[in-house]
Design a protein around this ligand. Structure first.
Ligand code: NAD
Ligand code: MG
Length: 391
């Protein structure tokens, strides 16, 4: 029996993960559930899954969690704050950690799980963008298996399950749906609302990654994620727009072979791979009927309309603290866009201006990376205040 900690349990990936786990009571058990602020949703999940521990990151909500669990007659122990998530992710309460907190907020628990040698199902791509070298080294040193929970990287993992398989690799190709604004010109994107941006044509996801998909920053973050996971330079990581979102990525070898993984766009497949690998277990995802879909189309990404993908490639090439700056500028800009404070096109503009203005230094330590993260958030906040004042 494997004990599973689901961090970010109340979110989109958390919900999909719990759906897969519930299908396999003979092999998987939820032992830890952690959420950000939504106490009622967390208590409802505890009623259903009866974990040993529940954590609410927002410490001010701790009393409601504790009292709610008690009122429900549950033995689940309540904990407040980020440190409790880190301790439980690295402690004896779990063997498998699903890192599904959104944004840089997920880094410390992801690192704790890697350092403790857990099987780490890594959805929190921002932690790889921010501190990829450190995270991969921590996992290597502790013998932690990282299984990517991003459809593209999980596809590549399935095509390249061992380091030996990397010999003779020419390049990998990440597919992209193109997001809700594929085919649009830049001038038509000025007045995009948050509701329009989060209405993804193929995937149902949390608000931040949905906006990232609309700007193509998500694909940019994924290029950096792939660099760390598979040890490839940016030149060997290509992006191909594939509107049907059925081919999740491709791996090309020097002998002319290309391997791909296909399936319906549903994250439960990647989660089932991560939970049982090298075995295969049911995920609840329907089989892919290619006759029903009929067509698989591919086109080049439009970097002029969606500059975020270019900015991410440039950040990867620059190295050092630049990817951490990119991530923090983007997180701050996306959050301001979702709050209606800035426009859609202000997101790439702010990231580009921030990267030009802020110094990049070697990523010598976690502290240096976290300082870069803080300074980029500060820069972005000031820039947003100016943008709103000038409106
Ligand atoms: P979401 O917004 O639906 O859920 C985020 C979860 O994180 C929630 O449970 C929330 O309570 C929790 N959270 C937020 N801030 C927190 C904090 N400071 N401390 C602790 N918990 C906090 O997001 P999502 O779509 O599930 O995405 C989660 C991660 O998975 C992201 O990094 C995203 O890029 C990645 N991912 C998601 C998908 C997808 O299909 N949704 C696909 C690939 C990768
Ligand atoms: Mg993805």
């Amino acid at each position: 029996m494997n004990n599973v900690a689901v961090l970010g349990a109340t979110g989109s990936i958390g919900t999909s993960a719990l759906d897969v786990i519930t299908r396999h009571p003979d092999r998987l058990r939820v032992s830890v559930l952690a959420g950000g602020r939504n106490v009622d949703a967390l208590i409802a999940l505890c009623r259903q899954h009866r974990p040993d521990h529940a954590v609410i990151a927002d410490a001010a909500s701790f009393a409601s969690l504790r009292d709610g669990l008690r009122a429900a007659g549950l033995k689940t122990e309540a904990h407040p704050g980020k440190e409790a998530i880190d301790t439980l992710a690295g402690g004896d309460a779990c063997d498998i950690v699903i890192a599904a907190i959104v944004g840089a907020a997920g880094l410390s628990s992801t690192l704790a799980a890697a350092k403790a040698g857990k099987r780490l199902l890594l959805a929190n791509k921002e932690s790889l963008v921010l501190a990829g070298e450190l995270l991969m080294a921590a996992a290597r040193n502790a013998g932690a298996d990282i299984i990517p929970i991003d459809s593209e990287h999980n596809a590549i993992f399935q095509c390249l399950p061992s380091a030996d398989a990397c010999a003779g690799l020419r390049r990998i190709v990440l597919t992209a749906s193109g997001g809700p604004f594929r085919g649009r010109t830049r001038s038509t994107l000025r007045d995009i609302t948050p509701e329009q941006a989060i209405a993804h044509p193929k995937w149902s996801m949390g608000p931040k990654i949905s906006v990232d998909s609309a700007t193509l920053m998500n694909k940019g973050l994924e290029v950096i994620e792939a660099h760390h996971l598979f040890g490839l330079p940016g030149e060997c990581i290509d992006v191909l727009v594939h509107p049907q979102s059925l081919v999740h990525s491709l791996v090309e070898f020097v002998d002319g072979s290309t391997l791909a993984q296909l399936g319906l766009p549903d994250m439960r497949t990647a989660l089932a791979v991560g939970l049982a690998w090298p075995q295969r277990i049911a995920s609840g995802v329907e089989r892919l009927d290619l006759l029903e879909h009929g067509r698989l189309e591919f086109e080049a990404p439009d970097l002029a309309t969606f500059p975020c993908l270019r900015l991410a490639y440039e950040a990867l090439a620059a190295g050092g603290t630049t990817p951490a700056l990119l991530n923090a500028l983007n997180e701050t800009a996306v959050s301001a866009f979702l709050q209606g404070r800035i426009g859609f096109l202000d997101i790439p503009a702010l990231v580009e201006a921030g990267l030009a203005a802020l110094p990049s230094t070697p990523a010598a330590s976690l502290d240096v990376l976290l300082e870069a993260d803080t300074s980029a958030r500060h820069y972005a906040e000031q820039a947003i205040i100016q943008m709103t004042a000038n409106r």
